[in-house]
Design a protein around this ligand. Structure first.
Ligand code: ADP
Length: 589
């Protein structure tokens, strides 16, 4: 900046100096001309006086007289100038400063400008440097008339020393004035540039701040004019840039927040399928780390030809490609993969891939399909039986009373089974609906079980079963009594159903931290280990024949699981074939 400023100052100084010098030179030229004019006219006046004096003294006869030189000497002394008398033919006749021999040696003066002028009848002047004296001389030549005709020329020469002196004086004055102008220009340019330098410095400082990226800086504007306007423009430019930067920053923050928090896995590659970015969701999906994946080919990071193939197709086809892939490497699952090419200036600059894990969705869909098929199957079996027996009756069996009674008995059983299935399905769907209400209240478990067993006594009696209530007295849980009752009933009914007659069912409870674990133990047929994990699934039956025979729907344990989970508890079962089973559930206190 300093260099710039120096240049600016020196330019200013030079401009001032040139201007002053030019003006001074013009002024001095004019002054000199006018002084010279005045000086010359004074000299001329003096010389013309002297010349007329000389003319008056000269007679035409003197011209040819040998005394002419002496006369010239005495006249020259009188007028205190060099006097030269020249004949009409230009020959020098006499000279006040030369002897006769010297005069003779002088060349013809006819062509000297002043002599030529005087010979023409006019007083003439010439100012020139004398070759003999080396001084500037004023020559004034006057015609000397005898009887109306120019008979000779009287030439007077004086040194123009006065003029020289004036010229010298003027030169000195001009030099001094120039020196003064120099000083003045210097100080003027100094003060003017100092006036410029403060705003200039401020603007340069501000510009440096902007260049360094600090767009919040504002140039302090306490000056006006062009510099003021410049500062204003720079400030408003900085404000606009700052605003744009802020907007871009917000947008990029929003984008990166979306990128980081998206549930879908997102990755970006360059045109060569090398990874340029990937988000945390994708890191989780494929157990990779962004730091280890950047700049590596997609196939190397996710070693699956299907996934990288989709990316390659989007890149080469220049259009989005989507596909659902069932992967076994590097992870197991079903993934919906969308790849879109990214463009920059018309060329494909990369690929954006969005990966969505749809394993659970597909699993649920399959489960729903299975459920519908199961429900249809479950309903179809009793319906087919009912229809078959009704048709048999219609075809005449109704007339055979014992048969008819038997058939009607079957129809009754099957319709009860239908009723059971539908009511269990309704219970399940109401438990699964979002609007299910759990009205929790304190339930004293031992007393609660006693009242349930009393209600079911006919069922137990019919199968000679005994229920032993071993729940310690005073155990209280927070639960919806109606729903908890359903859990107990389902478990107790199963224990009786899947036990030989004279079953002994024992219900006990243990206090766990924060919850109570209730166990229903029987000495029944037990469940094979391979079936055990699935008995809580809908329509799953370990022993299909027995379940059907006992009027089971295959939904009882699903209902148990749902209710317990609604209360925040868990369910489980242990069993040994032929020895019996223990079904348990926990319920928060
Ligand atoms: P179901 O209506 O058939 O009883 P559940 O959902 O209640 O349906 O039970 C599912 C299956 O689990 C039953 O079909 C049965 O094979 C098995 N199971 C349930 N409880 C017991 C038990 N106490 N002893 C042996 N097997 C049982």
């Amino acid at each position: 900046m300093d260099g710039l400023f120096k240049t600016f100052r020196s330019r200013l100084f030079l401009s001032y100096l040139t201007l002053s010098a030019a003006v001074l030179a013009a002024v001095f030229f004019l002054v000199y001309r006018s002084l010279e004019g005045t000086e010359l006219s004074a000299l001329k006046f003096k010389l013309s006086e002297e010349a007329s004096l000389v003319s008056a003294q000269l007679r035409s006869g003197d011209l040819a007289s040998p005394r002419i030189n002496e006369l010239a000497h005495s006249l020259g002394a009188k007028v205190r100038s060099r006097l030269t008398i020249i004949g009409a033919d230009g020959r020098v006749l006499a000279d006040s400063e030369l002897d006769a021999a010297g005069v003779k040696a002088m060349e013809n003066h006819r062509h000297r400008p002043e002599v030529a002028g005087a010979l023409g009848g006019e007083a003439s002047y010439d100012l020139r440097r004398s070759a003999t004296l080396g001084k500037v001389m004023l020559y004034a030549a006057y015609p000397v008339s005898f009887g109306g005709r120019t008979g000779a020329v009287a030439r007077l020469a004086v040194t123009a020393s006065q003029l020289d002196a004036t010229r010298l004086l003027l030169k000195k004055a001009l030099g001094a004035a120039l020196l003064l102008a120099l000083l003045l220009s210097f100080f003027l340019s100094l003060s003017v540039s100092a006036g410029f330098s403060r705003p200039f410095n401020k603007i340069v400082y501000g510009s440096k701040k902007f260049a360094a990226g600090d767009f919040s800086y504002r140039i302090q504007k306490d000056f006006h004019g062009e510099m003021g306007k410049l500062a204003e423009t720079l400030n408003s430019m900085a404000a606009a840039v700052e605003e744009n930067l802020r907007r871009v920053e917000t947008q990029s923050q929003q984008l990166s927040a979306a990128f980081a928090n998206m549930a879908e896995g997102v990755l970006m590659t360059g045109p060569d399928t090398r990874i340029t970015a990937l988000n945390p969701a994708l890191e989780k999906l494929f157990s990779v780390k962004e730091a280890d994946s950047l700049s590596r080919p997609l196939l190397e990071v996710i070693p699956n030809a299907g996934v990288s193939g989709i990316c390659a197709r989007a890149l080469s086809g220049r259009r989005p490609v989507s596909s659902e892939l069932e992967l076994s490497t590097p992870v197991r699952g079903i993934f919906s993969v969308n790849a879109s090419p990214l463009f920059s200036g018309g060329a494909v600059s990369g690929c954006l891939m969005v990966v969505h894990d749809v394993t659970e969705v597909r699993r649920l869909e399959a489960k729903r399909r299975d459920f519908v098929a199961n429900v249809s199957h479950e309903l179809k079996t009793p319906l087919t039986a009912i229809r078959g027996y009704v048709e048999t009756l219609l075809e005449g069996a109704i007339d055979d009373k014992p048969d008819a009674m038997e058939f009607l008995g079957v129809i009754h059983d099957q319709s009860r089974r239908l009723d059971n299935i539908v009511s269990d399905l309704l219970k399940l769907s109401s438990l699964e609906s979002c609007a299910v209400e759990v009205r929790k209240e304190d339930v004293a478990l031992r007393e609660f079980l006693d009242s349930l067993v009393q209600g079911l006594s006919s069922v137990f009696k019919a199968r000679h079963a005994a229920v032993l209530n071993n729940i310690p007295p005073g155990l209280v849980v927070k639960a919806d009594p109606e729903k908890l009752g359903q859990v107990f009933i389902n478990l107790l009914e199963n224990s009786v159903k899947f036990s030989p007659k004279d079953a002994a069912v024992e219900v006990s409870a243990q206090t766990l931290p924060g919850s109570v674990k209730v166990l229903v133990k029987d000495n029944g047929i037990g469940i094979p280990q391979e079936h055990l994990p699935r008995v809580f699934e809908r329509f799953y039956r370990a022993d299909k024949a027995r379940s059907r025979e006992m009027g089971g729907t295959g939904l009882g344990l699903s209902i148990v699981k749902h209710v317990v989970e609604l209360h925040g508890g868990t369910v489980g079962a242990e069993s040994a074939v032929g020895l019996g089973s223990v079904f348990w559930f926990t319920i928060p206190k």
